[in-house]
Design a binder for this molecule. Structure first.
Ligand SMILES: C[S@@+](CC[C@H](N)C(=O)[O-])C[C@H]1O[C@@H](n2cnc3c(N)ncnc32)[C@H](O)[C@@H]1O
Length: 767
């Protein structure tokens, strides 16, 4: 059976590869060749009057420039402030003033409106990075940190919506169109950060009262990250894993009909489904705000793109509002500047809400973010590029819907559309963006919950209430038969026939407290009684347990209640891997070891097989694949030598070690670690204890961390990286060779068209 499956998979992938080979190749678009002109774009936005005439030239010249890179330091651990220190003191302060071509170099600067200086704006060209040795090691720092998840590359404007979502530790959050997941990661970080603050307060109050209770290291809330695109939903899995969070559920649904999830069978029976405290609708859009990053927008921009997306956007935000708890907050955002995708959608939503949904005035939040108010009125252009009279608000053959049009001037005050926010590229050298923050102040008028669910009349449809506006929005609601038993949305019946093909996820099988494995692990590692085994699961049915994943109380309840019906709820992934099978199990006390991802959580519940190491021990382990036990310092050796072969958790508190061994960080210059030849030219940037998954063999010890993670810790501990040194030497010698060549060969035009292309010559010389 297994052989056949492998065969099937292979043959499928072979034929897919063959099809790919045979597919005619699309000619590659050279971005630099694209003409940054589009008359219709200019006419459309001039006519809308969204940019004042005095700013128009600045706006147009900015959208023709490439977008500078921006990144964010991950903010859910104490590591982020340490990393920010390391970035500034180890790299940015050492930036050269001039490039090899005597051009001034702009060092990265913090984005002024992003909290705690954790987001950065980079204005360095690839050429500068390639040519300068210091910049080269800065570049490899960025690449490495991105790889291990401490840094996320993200457009500056795309960082805004999660900030307005104001996520707290206990919130239930739905990210409706989440892939590839940059905003989801911000939401996860915000949830963990809020929890970390609560834990800090709790710990200090416990210290004073000495209750001895271990607070739950995991936030009580959760994030459902959804995307309708199956492949893209796996990008979300990847992002969630990078954040090492046990609080995320990745689902793969059409957001317009996102299914109701339940926390218990009782809730399921009574129809009491989960309502979210926060909903993010970062909807698919025409994307003209990304024109600087994606210049193909210049070639394709036309009003029909936005017109064609309006209804989908509306349906998504309506479903988002349905799933929002009363008092909850919804953020709607697009990377489009077009009012049809923005204010027109919000206006219709508010109109449908009949006062139950209100725009929140957030004008004083993020004061350093330069933003403009939302439009109270706008113009509509048909798919045939013809301006449509605003008075003709009826449906029109040219792709126009009544919901495209602005409110009349006497109604405009009711909706406060000026509370929406528009961010334009020329104000802070960014992309364009639209954000609306909405509060649900009362139940939606079209959702009338009937207490007795047996009546099968959960929702009274807008058609039954004869709301003509809705009839114009949705074709499906015109068919009354489809509305009966319609479980989820005002705009359509949940369809199990679309989007559910190919759902082949393994089940989530929860651990049973009577499982022998639990007893074995608990005895071996001294796992406390309070460890929540009931929130742990495996994904291998009937086979040996190779991995154990941990999640939270609420996420476990959601899995237990909703995964049974795979046709309705398509959960792709969840949980944090805490134990995994060891490939070095010969002679080991246990076949399962701690996974590095789960170490920080497990650590709170363990009493055995914890070994404290000094900074010099740790640096040896980071430098080498494995080290001899005899090279450990005497105290560490005494702690580890009698342990039976198997997994260990290594703990190191380098900040206290540094305090003991160094008089002040500034004095750390050019030290070497006592037992290695590694240079330590920088201070130690780490301020919180390090926890590693490790292994104790007969005569040796090792860590289970990747090469990139090892390099990260070496850098953070203040040591020189061998790879950086060789990279810098390589760059320096290339730089010198170029200078010698330049001094020997005065730049006489050769007429071969290569004048001024020094960089290419240098590159060729080195290869
Ligand atoms: C603008 S992107 C989202 C970007 C994402 N929020 C981020 O920050 O990385 C829009 C996403 O919506 C997804 N999408 C399109 N139609 C959808 C639908 N009906 N339901 C849910 N997701 C949808 C697309 O696959 C795409 O990944």
């Amino acid at each position: 059976m297994a052989t056949k499956r492998v065969f099937d998979v292979k043959s499928r992938s072979k034929s897919a590869k063959k099809r790919k080979r045979e597919r005619p190749k699309q000619p590659r678009i050279d971005y630099e060749e694209i003409e940054k002109e589009n008359k219709l774009f200019e006419e459309f936005y001039t006519e809308q009057g969204i940019i004042s005439p005095s700013e128009w030239i600045h706006f147009m010249s900015t959208v023709r420039l490439p977008l500078p890179a921006t990144f964010r330091l991950t903010s859910n651990t104490c590591v982020c402030t340490d990393l920010a220190d390391c970035l500034t003191q180890r790299y940015i302060q050492k930036f050269p003033k001039l490039s090899t071509n005597n051009e001034p170099i702009n060092p990265p600067i913090p984005i002024p409106w992003y909290p705690s200086g954790l987001a950065w704006h980079v204005d360095i060209t690839r050429k500068e990075i390639r040519n300068d040795p210091v910049l080269a090691s800065y570049h490899s720092f960025l690449m490495r940190e991105t790889d291990i998840g401490s840094i996320s590359r993200q457009e500056a404007v795309s960082m805004i919506p999660p900030l307005f979502l104001d996520v707290q530790s206990h919130h239930k959050v739905l990210d409706m169109c989440a892939a590839p997941g940059s905003k989801t990661t911000q939401i996860i970080e915000a949830m963990h950060q809020s929890h970390a603050q609560i834990l800090l307060q709790l710990r200090s109050s416990q210290e004073s009262t000495a209750t001895g209770l271990v607070p739950n290291p995991l936030p009580p809330g959760f994030v459902v990250a959804n995307d309708s695109n199956n492949k893209r939903s796996y990008l979300l899995v990847h992002q969630a894993k990078r954040k090492k969070s046990a609080n995320v559920i990745v689902t793969n649904h059409d957001g317009t009909t996102f299914p109701n999830l339940y926390l218990s069978q009782d809730d399921h029976r009574t129809g009491n489904h989960i309502k979210y405290d926060r909903v993010l609708c970062d909807v698919p859009c025409s994307g003209d705000g990304t024109i600087r990053k994606n210049p193909t927008v210049w070639m394709k921009w036309a009003p029909h793109k936005a017109n064609g997306l309006h209804r989908l956007q509306l349906r998504l935000v309506v479903r988002g509002a349905e799933l929002l708890v009363d008092g909850g907050r919804l953020v709607y955002s697009t990377c489009s500047m077009n009012p049809i995708e923005n204010e027109a959608v919000i206006h219709t939503l508010l109109k449908l809400g009949e006062g139950s949904l209100q725009l929140v005035d957030v004008s004083t939040s993020l004061p350093e973010l330069e933003k403009r108010s939302g439009l109270r009125s706008w113009k509509v252009m048909s798919n045939a590029n013809v301006w449509i009279d605003t008075d003709k608000t009826e449906e029109n053959a040219d792709g126009i819907h009544s919901t495209f049009f602005p409110p009349s001037s006497d109604q405009a005050d009711t909706y406060n559309l000026q509370r929406c926010m528009r961010v334009y590229p020329h104000h802070q050298n960014t992309g364009g963006f639209f954000i609306a923050v909405i509060q649900k102040v009362a139940p939606l008028p079209w959702l009338k919950l009937v207490k007795n669910r047996d009546s099968q009349a959960e929702i009274s449809s807008p058609v039954e209430q004869e709301q003509p506006l809705l009839v114009t929005i949705s074709d499906s609601v015109k068919d009354k038969s489809k509305i009966e038993n319609r479980p989820f949305s005002v705009f359509g019946k949940f369809s199990s026939s679309t989007g559910y093909k190919g759902y082949k996820e393994d089940p989530f099988i929860f651990m049973d407290r009577s499982d022998e494995l639990i007893t074995e692990l608990s005895t071996l590692y001294g796992i406390s009684e309070s460890f929540p085994w009931e929130h742990c699961f495996t994904r291998s049915e009937g086979k040996a347990k190779n991995n154990i994943y941990m999640t939270t109380s609420l996420v476990s309840k959601i899995l237990a209640t909703n995964q049974a019906d795979k046709n309705v709820v398509k959960i792709i992934n969840t949980g944090l891997r805490v134990f995994c099978r060891s490939d070095q199990s010969v002679g080991s006390v246990c076949k399962l070891r701690f996974s590095q991802d789960g170490c920080n959580i497990l650590f709170n519940y363990f009493s055995k097989r914890k070994v404290t190491l000094t900074e010099s021990d740790i640096i040896k382990l980071l430098e080498n694949e494995s080290i001899s036990l005899s090279s450990l310092c005497p105290q560490s050796l005494a702690d580890i030598k009698d342990l039976p072969i198997g997994p260990v958790v290594f703990i190191c508190n380098p900040s206290s070690d540094s305090a003991k061994s160094h008089t002040s960080p500034a004095d750390n210059k050019e030290q070497s670690s006592p037992d290695t030849l590694l240079h330590k030219p920088y201070k130690c940037f780490i301020t919180c204890p390090l926890i590693f998954s490790g292994w104790k063999a007969n005569w040796s010890a090792r860590l289970f961390v990747t090469k990139e993670q090892k390099q990260h810790y070496q850098v953070m501990l203040g040591y020189e990286l061998k790879s950086d040194v060789s990279l810098e030497e390589k760059k320096k010698s290339r730089f010198v060779r170029c200078q010698i060549r330049d001094s020997l060969e005065p730049s006489i035009p050769t007429g071969n068209g290569n004048e001024g292309k020094d960089e290419t010559v240098c590159e060729e010389n080195t290869t």
